[in-house]
Design a protein around this ligand. Structure first.
Ligand code: SF4
Length: 81
């Protein structure tokens, strides 16, 4: 499964990173981004896909990613097959 964040709607509260730190990370701009291991999907991290990139996550992260999406106040975490 894959996940991405619409940063335009992110409130920057950091809930997703608290719940699933292996999948979400807050950057200096105060917004949350998805990551895959060391690869962070943000242009500021030299990733040309930037925030439009979708990060794959392991099956054992599914529960935490779903919880993050449900709790996200910006309703801006999208899970894709
Ligand atoms: S939980 Fe949602 S609104 Fe909060 S930091 Fe994460 S993506 Fe942004």
């Amino acid at each position: 499964m894959k996940v991405w964040i619409d940063q335009d709607l992110c409130t920057g509260d950091g809930l997703c990173e608290e719940i699933a730190p292996d999948v979400f990370v807050m950057l200096d701009d105060g917004l949350a981004y998805v990551k895959e291991g060391d690869k962070i999907f943000a242009e500021s991290e030299d990733n040309p896909e930037g925030a439009k990139g979708m990060a794959s996550f392991a099956d054992d992260q599914m529960e935490l990613v779903v919880e993050s999406a449900e709790e996200c106040p910006g309703e801006c975490i999208y899970i894709e097959p």
